[in-house]
Design a protein around this ligand. Structure first.
Ligand code: PNS
Length: 162
């Protein structure tokens, strides 16, 4: 059984992430999409909310599981007996950051956690969770960026926070 983990903040999940999830789910028998519980960042959505959103957004893909983790990815992956991490690459600007994380994880795990990259489909290459939040915070149109139910939740957050 080939299992992989797709870690990320997913705050919120975008069509770019969903494109990576769908394609990775066709490569692996099981894909665990796992939300990082990062105490340093102040997210728009709580970890529990992000897990629920991801569950809803991936409910039509049977071999996708949604989970969350804290701490080092290599420890989480070892607990789950997973040896491959999946990440998406949008552009060359992602490469340096991703290369560093991938090399660090491989070194720290003594080769037990490798990383596989999928290049994001071109139509989503411009997308980022940060720009989606910024556009939404000014009332802009994010319908090309996230599923409709996610867009509603994002607008709702900004209304609540105002
Ligand atoms: O969606 P993001 O915020 O770009 O995802 C970054 C993520 C979650 C892949 C990365 O920050 C991570 O794995 N953090 C967990 C802590 C860790 O293992 N750090 C060591 C690698 S530098």
């Amino acid at each position: 059984m080939k299992r992989a983990v797709y870690p990320g903040s997913f705050d919120p999940v975008t069509f770019g992430h969903l494109d990576v999830i769908r394609r990775a789910s066709q490569v692996f028998d099981v894909l665990v999409v796992s939300v990082l519980n990062n105490k340093v960042k102040t997210p728009l959505f709580s970890v529990e909310e992000r897990v629920k959103i991801l569950e809803e957004a991936t409910k039509d893909i049977p071999n996708v599981e949604v989970d969350s983790f804290s701490g080092l990815l290599i420890n989480y992956a070892a607990e789950k007996n997973i040896h491959v991490a999946v990440r998406g690459l949008r552009a060359i600007t992602d490469f340096e950051y991703e290369l560093q994380i991938a090399q660090t994880n491989r070194k720290l795990s003594e080769g037990r956690l490798d990383t596989i990259f999928l290049t994001t489909s071109l139509e989503y290459a411009y997308l980022s969770s940060s720009s989606v939040k910024e556009i939404a915070s000014f009332g802009g149109d994010i319908s090309q960026c996230v599923p409709e139910f996610v867009a509603e939740l994002i607008y709702e957050k900004y209304r609540i926070q105002k």
